[in-house]
Design a protein around this ligand. Sequence first.
Ligand SMILES: [Zn+2]
Length: 499
Amino acid sequence: MTTTLPAYDEVVARYEPVIGLETHVELGTNTKMFCGCPTDFGGAPNTRVCPVCLGLPGSLPVANRAAVEATIRIGLALNCSIAQWCRFARKNYYYPDMPKNYQISQYDEPLCVDGYLDVEVNGEPVRISIERVHMEEDTGKTLHVGGATGRIHGATESLVDYNRAGIPLVEIVTKPIPGAGAMAPEVARAYVTELRDVLRSLGVSDVRMEEGSLRCDVNTSLNLPGEQWGTRTETKNVNSLRSVERAVRSEIIRQASVLGAGGRIIQETRHFHEDTGDTTSGRSKETATDYRYFPEPDLVPVAPDPTWVAELKAALPELPRLHRRRLQQEWGLSDLDMQSILNAGAVELIEATIAAGTTPTAARKWWLGELSRRANETGAELADIGATPKQVAELQGLVDAGKLTDKLARTVLEHVVAGEGSPAKIMVDRKLEVVSDTGALTAAVDEAIAANPAIADKVRGGKVAAAGALVGAVMKTTRGQADAKTVRELILERLGVQG
Ligand SMILES: [Zn+2]
């Protein structure tokens, strides 16, 4: 069955979307949430485990102070109130990758509540209310092998790796965000982007969405103006900032298509697919799972000393929004210029390129020009494009030194992006350096003059503009590797004409 989906503009003219975001952050602590097992990625399966994170009888968890501290700092950066006393809770459910058959989380007593994060969408400020920030532990990983899809269907064996079980997680939940209208997808993306930047500035996580250390679930519902909020779906598997925006947009269109045909939205989880940009149905949530939460009896309550919290607050780093404002002043940019840098996700890249020795103007030119264009073409994030700030600074250095023209530099950059190494090496390996050998250049000029006697006569006769054709001929024989200005001067000199 094929159905024609309604156009996005029509949908948002008719319905009001309400979104909400739940974000899981893997903390970068050295040890797990409730035991001393190491957290670093990549060990052989089930080598980073102990009786506590395997949930063996008789073992007792102890909360990781560094994880509590990181959570409080996140809460403070998100303008939350920090609970003076709160508890962990057991969330009971059965799943093979969860050895205890319950997850230690927080339920009705989260560590941080009622905050907000200010973001900017197309230059307009939007305040996103934060409902809660709480601590929990990650589960293990199940691997289904022997089948074609990696899913359980068709698999011959299912293997469980508990190395990830017990890694500290922080869950950050927004309040529902109504009123974003057509901008809902952009608002969702702006929020996750800003949140990622805040978390990175705090140094609490490496916040890599593609590696799962920052995971985002997006809730979406639609309602007609003046009516109650609709049933929401929860989209999972959203592994990049761009996907956050796409997932909201596609879910808004899908729901409108269902509602428009007289159907109803089912409360369920849905999975986002990078390749198609669609969501497909996952687990139904029509019947609420009873997790039988109760306070974790094996852990003492968390009661952070207010003096400690005040110290943590005073020691917070400059948060991204203020940092950007300072950079904008230092770089001498208008609001609009800064906005385009933000939209491209290029602030840190440009900052690092400048730190590597380039001017703000040049750094901006490369990241917003050639590299942004490539990122758009391939659908990649700018940071993953394959060129580093250091390489871009080096490239500009070669231009400044007269070794590359702008055009040649763009060619070199293509090879940098393709992973061929440093700009200087590529320039040499691929013989892309500007021809500065005057002897060779003079020979090429003389050749061009000899081959185009009529044009040469015109130039001699005072029609200096005609020299352009000779410049073109020289550029052709030097494969674009001569500096056009120098070539022109040389031609006029050889023809005895004043420039
Ligand atoms: Zn352990």
